[in-house]
Design a protein around this ligand. Sequence first.
Ligand code: ADP
Length: 396
Amino acid sequence: MKELIIAINSGSSSLKFQVYEFPEEKKIAKGLFERIGLASSMDLTYSLDGGKSSRSVKGETHEDAVKYLLDFLLEEKIVADLSEITGVGHRVAHGGEFFKGSCIVEDESLKKIKSLSHLAPLHNPINIMGIEAFKNNLPACPQVAVFDTSFHQTMPEENYLYPIPYKLYEEEGIRRFGFHGTSHQFVATEAAKSLGKKLEDLKIISCHLGNGGSICGIKNGQSVITSMGFTPLAGIMMGTRCGDIDPSIVTYLGRKKQMSFAEIEQMMNQDSGFKGVSGISSDARDIEEAFEQGDPKAVLAMNMFCGRVKQMIGAYAAELGGLDVLIFTAGIGENSPIIRQLSCEGLSLFGITVDEERNNTRQAIVSQENGRVAVMIVPTNEERMIVRETNQLISK
Ligand code: ADP
């Protein structure tokens, strides 16, 4: 009998899935339901053996999508019986301070995840909907929650607290949480493996650069500092998010321009970053193209983005007290030689070098032969990490 684990990432109108066979950890199917709840049907795109297919599916809720998915797995003979699905792992945005690692979802843990919804109002309730849809349709199958925040729960107090009155932490739980934890943990583990070293022996900085981006300092296999904060708005400049800015800008805009909180939030989350500075696009590919043509705003946006990544790398090398591995991952990190190069420029004092040829041809290691730090491109794969965690927990 087969042993299959499904990774689920549910969004407000979408549900992404990947099916892995264990113990080989082999991906055998993936797909995406979109436009859930927008009409009486939704779109499903999927790939079973490389080729992409799509179809329209009747239904309007996440639960309908899950029911369809289970029938689909039977129909496509991916499973002979639903009991071959031995676990389902769900990406959950926020684990607060409760969850220091992934967990099997039982009544008690589900209650805790629900109680954290105020910290991630756009994500946790939707993630819970995904979990409940599987609980209803596969009641005997263990559900596992894998949190974006839990990898960062090892940060020391001095790094997760903000220098504001301590009682705001005690009363309101205001602190740095950090996100992208699954990705940082995955790429750090893969980097150590490919270098033939133990993760615990390496000082690593991981740069997850996508539409959203964060940087993480890892020592003894644990996150000690990360750039996102109480929310995913903090840290480096992103596609549409501003990252760290002087907090007084918020109150100044409120007073000077009578902007509401909602307007300022919109400005910082949706109208800033690459998009806001360049006025061209939030997409790094468009910025790169305009940068190459010498568009002054694109040049500025690029220099601001890479400058902030570089400053963070320098700061985190100081925090770690040295550096062995620098990782670039996610859409931009994996695919943009120019951003990798500019972000590393001038960092040779930390032992960071970039070999032009290796960088342009996207080698796994892009640093120079004699470079002290291994600068690496490691493709992230949060779904693989989710099924791995799920397998570990259900095997216990
Ligand atoms: P997220 O998961 O946060 O939505 P991704 O990790 O998919 O984001 O990354 C999206 C970003 O990656 C976009 O800014 C996109 O322009 C960039 N990207 C993708 N491919 C390339 C490429 N070949 N060159 C430069 N940037 C790229």
